[in-house]
Design a binder for this molecule. Sequence first.
Ligand SMILES: Cc1cc2nc3c(=O)[nH]c(=O)nc-3n(C[C@H](O)[C@H](O)[C@H](O)COP(=O)(O)O)c2cc1C
Length: 308
Amino acid sequence: MTAFDPRALRDAFGAFATGVTVVTSRTADGAPIGFTANSFASVSLDPPLLLVCLAKTSRNYANMTGAAAFAVNILSEDQKDVSNTFARPVEDRFAAVDWRDGPAGSPIFPDASAWFDCTPEQIVDAGDHAILIGRVAGFENSGRNGLGYVRGGYFTPALEAKAMRAAGEADTRVSAVVERDGAVLLVPTEGGRFALPSAVLGEREPVEAIQAGVEGATGVAINAGFLFSVFEDRASGRQTIVYRAGAADGAPREGRFFALDDLPMDRLDTPQTADILRRFAAESTLGNFGVYFGNETAGRVHPLAGRA
Ligand SMILES: Cc1cc2nc3c(=O)[nH]c(=O)nc-3n(C[C@H](O)[C@H](O)[C@H](O)COP(=O)(O)O)c2cc1C
């Protein structure tokens, strides 16, 4: 038998893009339990069956494999923090999410993309995992966009699609939330205000445009790649694509780094910049960035008032 490097094998399995679910149940004395899983698959329509794989190392292995019911919640694109919470040793994972009991008695998340409450149909022993096959006793499909996961990072398919469309328009701008050591780079603009560093897209790829633009203007090399927001300015009709980026060392020629708890919120160029920085600061506090298997592709559609 060939012995593979487990890390290399896991990385190769990770090339398969999936959604993200939280599988829930209850212990014998009724406490809600749950863990993050991307090993979900639909199995059968008639009878209605699904599966998810549970590691034998899970602290909830005995509870999950012995339970009278379990539910699968397919996370929506703004539930990245829920995914992280249910993948970490957090004491009360359920404090991070709105939930209630599903028809078969397991916790379901009404804000998920969809949920399926199941009774166990079969448990298949499979190496270092068990395959839980469930029979769907009830389900709901909210129609929300799902959260994606590939190569150890999250992505938001709806946001990526929106960025692709925006990138096709000539006057699209690209900007970046450039972070270094818990501080964000802002550049001066009219009236003593501050803005996110940005660049006109032109004919370039968005990442290329913002990296060249920021380095040209400030002298600081940045590494952009994680999509954070895409929005349209209602007045101008202009699209903006916003990335998260890390910065190399060195003092910026223009602009300065502001600590996240000392951002000039009353001196920003637009309400959108304020929204973006507020969300960035909040998600940083949650430890929401790149915490699980390393990097991530973050972001969700950032709506303007009255417009998705
Ligand atoms: C995106 C993602 C997908 C995961 N998929 C699975 C999975 O399919 N099966 C599994 O057993 N663990 C999976 N994990 C790991 C568990 O969520 C993690 O080990 C969790 O801490 C287990 O909790 P427990 O020990 O309390 O059951 C995944 C983690 C992440 C972040």
